[in-house]
Design a binder for this molecule. Structure first.
Ligand SMILES: [Zn+2]
Length: 124
C-alpha cells in the first residue's frame, strides 16, 4: 500500500495509535506462546504515527493490524463514525469478528486497569 499513507492526518493518527495499542494488548495477553516479530513499518509517516515504537506481534495480529490500518486510511467518512454504527462494513469477513474480539478484550482490560482515558476511544 504505497499511496494510502498520504491520507494520514492527526485524527487518523490517533485512531491508528489506539488500534495498534488495542491489538498489542490483545496479542500480549492471548498469544503468549506465539512467536512475535516487530510489526513491519515501511512508511515513514506511519512510523511517526506509531511513535517509533517497536510493536511485537504474532503473525495473525500483525496481519490484523495491517488490515485495520488500511481500512482506517481508506475510510470514506469524515468524521469517521464508530465502526459499530457505520453503515459500511469495510472489514473483510473474518477480520471483523477478530477485531471485535480484540476491542472487547482490550477495552475491558483498560477499564480494569484504570485506563479509562484510553478505553473511551473504544471506536469499533
Ligand atoms: Zn497475536
Amino acid at each position: 500500500m504505497p499511496k494510502i499513507f498520504e491520507r494520514l492526518d492527526s485524527k487518523k493518527d490517533k485512531d491508528i495509535r489506539v488500534l495498534a495499542n488495542f491489538i498489542s494488548i490483545f496479542c500480549r495477553k492471548n498469544h503468549r506462546m506465539e512467536v512475535k516479530n516487530t510489526f513491519p513499518v515501511k512508511d515513514d509517516k506511519l512510523r511517526h504515527t506509531l511513535g517509533n515504537k517497536k510493536l511485537p506481534l504474532c503473525p495473525v495480529c500483525s496481519e490484523l493490524l495491517n488490515h485495520g490500518i488500511a481500512k482506517l486510511l481508506l475510510c470514506p467518512y469524515d468524521p469517521k463514525p464508530m465502526c459499530k454504527k457505520c453503515p459500511t462494513h469495510c472489514y473483510a469477513p473474518g477480520y471483523r469478528e477478530r477485531i471485535r474480539e480484540v476491542m472487547r478484550f482490550s477495552g475491558l482490560y483498560l477499564v480494569k486497569h484504570g485506563r479509562l482515558d484510553l478505553a473511551v476511544h473504544y471506536f469499533f
